[in-house]
Write a protein that binds this ligand. Structure first.
Ligand code: SAM
Length: 422
């Protein structure tokens, strides 16, 4: 099906079309993620109202919480759109994917779980405008890096994002995927094609990979990677590119979007973990944020993807980023992020607890707090503002604590009831 030129843009080139067809056929044969038919555990996890609220304020720190929104899951694969419909019953969820297999699996989940808030379309991203809808939230994870023209696709998504909407993007990152790119080249070089027999042989070959190979660590850390769908997606994909931090920022800006925050920001921060203790930390902190994040990516060296929240570059929410200048932060209501944990064993000297976020993979990212800080952290209830929690405690110390909690992905803020000046 030929894409139509809209809004003055050119249709995809013949080469682009061919590449899209190859990718489509690949996903019809090897749908990703591996199809599932049970969302019961997923539903139970998201019945936690705090989890839903923390997720909302990650995207919209300055809006009052609501579950009524329109969500587009672009390149939804086998289950992602159904998951969003399950976790957010009051939302209207639209899933699109150009693979018939992905759409069929999503339809199966829709039927099984009676998801009346979900509609699914077999549609390429660059034709999203055909639906004549706009969306509060767009989720596009693991997709754009497989496209012949990712910039045009991102622009199409931007065109259907509400002015105050938010987009969650995940794209591959280059340095942590070095081992994957080595093996991709190995497969290409000897002509390994995506077929069941070839994949079986590849699993055997990977079992014999030398322990020092850059891919060996990944195979060890992520046994799921040996599953057929994951293996094909990583090693035999006909089209795959990755974005370093500066490339990602250019990609976002080129589509008329602006960076809002990382889905998890601690690994990118010079204020967290080992990055905060380098002889160069003060030099890194003095850089512009994008250069700080780029330095973190290079220093950490193992990021495999970037997960980012972006908004339109004309969004009113742009100017409402979280800020610890002025007094406005006193009105923020801290909401605990799910998967955070306070550990109270084998503590460093002076610590009353060590806070971690189980979603972090970097083991150097943890936050020791002393007894007076723990008192304040324990008082976080998702209802009271920082000002109400801290009362007449010293301002600067309180600000530093809540800023650290935020950078370490321990809390998000509901800043919708702003009284103090920014
Ligand atoms: C790696 S899977 C990711 C699935 C899902 N987003 C997730 O994170 O679970 C990529 C999906 O994007 C779809 N896809 C790739 N290019 C597309 C395009 N141009 N238009 C629509 N869907 C596309 C594929 O069919 C596949 O189902």
């Amino acid at each position: 099906m030929a894409p139509q030129a809209r809004d003055g843009r050119q249709p995809e080139s013949a080469a682009g079309l061919d590449a899209a067809t190859v990718v489509k056929e690949f996903y019809e044969r090897y749908p990703y993620p591996r199809p599932i038919d049970d969302l019961d555990n997923y539903r139970r996890r998201w019945q936690d109202a705090n989890r839903r609220r923390a997720d909302f304020h990650l995207f919209w720190p300055h809006k009052p919480y609501t579950e009524e929104r329109t969500i587009l899951v672009a390149g939804c694969g086998t289950s992602q759109a159904a998951k969003h419909a399950v976790r957010c019953p009051a939302a209207r969820v639209v899933g699109i994917d150009f693979s018939a297999t992905s759409v069929r699996h999503t339809e199966d989940l829709k039927r099984k779980y009676d998801l009346r808030n979900l509609e699914v379309h077999q549609l390429p991203i660059d034709r999203i405008g055909d639906l004549k809808m706009t969306f509060d939230e767009i989720v596009c994870t693991g997709v754009l890096h497989h496209l012949a023209n990712p910039g045009a696709a991102l622009r199409s998504l931007r065109d259907v994002l509400d002015q105050d909407g938010a987009m969650h993007l995940m794209v591959y990152a280059p340095y942590g995927r070095a081992g994957i790119y080595i093996l991709q080249e190995f497969c290409r070089g000897i002509g390994i094609q995506p077929s069941d027999v070839e994949i079986r042989d590849l699993v055997v070959a990977l079992g014999a990979l030398p322990a020092r190979h850059p891919l060996a660590r990944l195979l060890h850390d992520a046994p799921d990677f040996r599953q057929e769908a994951a293996l094909a997606d990583a090693l035999l994909h006909p089209q795959d590119r990755a974005y370093s931090v500066p490339q990602l920022f250019d990609f976002i800006a080129g589509a008329g979007l602006t960076f809002s925050r990382w889905a998890r920001q601690a690994p990118y921060s010079p204020h967290c973990g080992v990055m905060a203790q380098l002889p160069h930390t003060s030099r890194i902190v003095a850089l512009e944020p994008v250069q700080q994040y780029a330095a973190a990516e290079l220093f950490r060296g193992a990021m495999m993807s970037h997960s980012v929240i972006a908004r339109r570059d004309d969004s009113p929410g742009r100017s409402q980023a979280i800020s610890f200048y002025g007094e406005a932060w006193l009105d923020y209501v801290p909401v605990r992020v799910p998967d955070t944990l306070g550990i109270q064993e084998r503590l460093p000297p002076g610590a009353a607890a060590v806070l971690i976020n189980r979603a972090h993979t970097d083991t150097d990212i943890y936050l020791p707090i002393d007894a007076s800080e723990k008192f304040l952290v324990d008082a976080i209830d998702g209802e009271r503002s920082i000002g109400e929690i801290t009362g007449d405690k010293p301002r600067d110390a309180c600000r530093a604590l809540f800023e650290r909690l935020w950078w370490h992905d321990q809390v998000v803020f509901d800043g919708s009831s702003q009284i103090n000046p920014v």
